[in-house]
Design a protein around this ligand. Structure first.
Ligand code: SAH
Ligand code: SF4
Ligand code: F3S
Length: 446
């Protein structure tokens, strides 16, 4: 491929705006690798870049709004720099309504989640013709293993183990933007993990919309627990994390494997979504509150110190006050170590969008406030119980909220803030917890 450059020979630059989940963070690393391969250079200052690329999320209306807001800003910038190229990919680009709107909004190149690898050709095509290029595959192709990728230097890396989702929870757009479930071959994953360790990473997080169904469709009989056992043996790796687990597919074998693993961290993100059986059924989640409670008991019995975290949605269509109280009741019963909480957002194209008993925003907001109050109180209480204890933590870097402090993580995913030498970054050390807060704990070195 011809290297891209200005007519004066100066290298062209790019800036990526990443929205959404860890999958998108990982995809942006691949996009970065592809652009570097074309001879582009990453530019930290957005206003200086020759190419601005949006990697977008459509999980909630608010996520899309952020993107449209930013797009407006970049379009103003384009008036001053007419040669600026705007490329647009990610989950929003998979939605036909969005593409129609984007074509009117100054976007030059639109690509989808299934054809990231085509990006260099799409950019070349645009530069050659100066005509808008829209290439969005409606279906995924084969899993492509050989794509370049540029990871940010660090301690912890994301590793995709599977793509797509087959669950079709009735509120969720992801199966439409990411296609059907397909797993990477275990050998490819383990080879990637070994390469990461060789380049200095200490922790990997395995990513999938439903990691518990990893392996289905592979030619050999191989599941997620088998993959974890294999990854646990990789020398030089300190920790393994994973997200997300679906409560309906969490096997005894998997719980047993986590309990016995050396590097497998005691943290399971296993979203409940709602506490009422009626709503769970309307959501098409495939389990009941009883099933979930039994699962929690099993995990806590077999994995000492395990942290259980969740996603929760309030205001699903038809959710009554008493349904909502059942969500609060589940939060009280389970006592999640942490939870992400969301207002239900109508996603056009999903089944829930067609349900006729949509709730008023005021009702949803009121429920979210009450849910957060309860959940934040529990998280803070649980964090306070750690005060005085010694915890083994992996030091990840400088704290985002305080430049003078370091940030680390316990095995069960507590964010730990403490003072210490930068030499500790990347090391496993013991700290003493001094104070528990809602979203983090403070500590001192021992
Ligand atoms: N595959 C993962 C996460 C998918 S998206 C899982 O099943 O757990 C992350 C979270 O966004 C979901 O767990 C859900 O809580 C939330 N979410 C998805 N669609 C939503 C919608 N339409 N409105 C509000 N929250 C939503
Ligand atoms: Fe969405 Fe459900 Fe799939 Fe998660 S499991 S991505 S919530 S459809
Ligand atoms: Fe992730 Fe958002 Fe897509 S949550 S899978 S980037 S819709």
């Amino acid at each position: 491929m011809i290297e891209e450059s200005h007519k004066n020979g100066k290298k062209l630059t790019y800036h990526i705006l990443t929205y959404g989940c860890q999958m998108n963070v990982r995809d942006s690393e691949i996009i970065s690798g592809l652009l570097d391969g074309m001879g582009y250079i990453e530019e930290a200052a957005l206003v200086e870049a020759d190419l601005v690329l949006f990697n977008t999320c459509s999980v909630r209306h608010s996520a899309e709004n952020k993107v449209y807001g930013k797009l407006g800003e970049i379009n103003k910038l384009k008036k001053k720099h007419p040669n600026l190229i705007i490329a647009f990919g990610g989950c929003m680009a998979q939605l036909p309504g969005v593409v129609t709107r984007l074509k009117r909004q100054g976007v030059d190149i639109i690509f989808g989640t299934h054809n990231l690898h085509e990006l260099p050709y799409l950019i070349e095509q645009f530069r050659a013709t100066q005509k808008k290029v829209v290439q969005v595959w409606q279906q995924h192709g084969e899993v492509i293993e050989s794509l370049p990728s540029k990871r940010k230097e660090g301690i912890s890396a994301f590793v995709n183990i599977m793509y797509g989702c087959n669950n079709f929870c009735s509120y969720c757009i992801v199966p439409y933007t990411r296609g059907r479930e397909r797993s990477r071959h275990p050998q490819e994953i383990i080879t990637e993990v070994i390469q990461l360790v060789n380049s200095g990473y200490k922790e990997v997080t395995f990513l999938g919309q439903n990691v518990n169904s990893y392996g289905k469709g592979l030619s050999e009989n191989y599941d997620f627990a088998d993959l974890l056992v294999m990854a646990d043996k990789v020398e030089g790796l300190d920790r393994i994390r994973f997200a997300t687990s679906h409560p309906k597919d969490m096997s005894d074998k998997l719980i047993d494997t986590i309990a016995n693993g050396e590097k497998l961290c005691e943290h399971i993100h296993v979203p409940l979504q709602a506490g009422s059986n009626t709503i769970l059924q309307k959501m098409n989640r495939g389990y009941t509150r009883d099933h979930y409670l039994k699962l929690v008991d099993k995990m806590r019995e077999q994995i000492p110190g395990v942290a259980i975290t969740s996603d929760l949605i309030v205001g699903f269509p038809g959710e009554t006050e008493s349904d909502f109280l059942e969500t609060l009741d589940m939060v009280e019963k389970v006592r999640f170590d942490a939870a992400f909480t969301f207002l239900y957002s109508i996603r056009s194209g999903t089944r829930a969008a067609l349900m006729d008993d949509q709730l008023d925003l005021d009702v949803k907001k009121n429920r979210l406030i009450r849910l957060n109050e309860l959940q934040y109180g529990i998280a803070a209480e649980l964090n306070r119980t750690l005060e005085g204890s010694i915890q083994n933590v992996l030091v990840e870097g400088i704290s985002k909220t305080n430049e003078d402090k370091l940030t680390a993580r316990t095995r069960n995913n507590r964010i730990v803030i403490f003072s210490g030498s930068k030499d500790l970054i990347g090391k496993l050390i013991n700290v003493k917890i001094t104070k528990g807060k809602t979203f983090s704990v403070f500590a001192e070195t021992v």
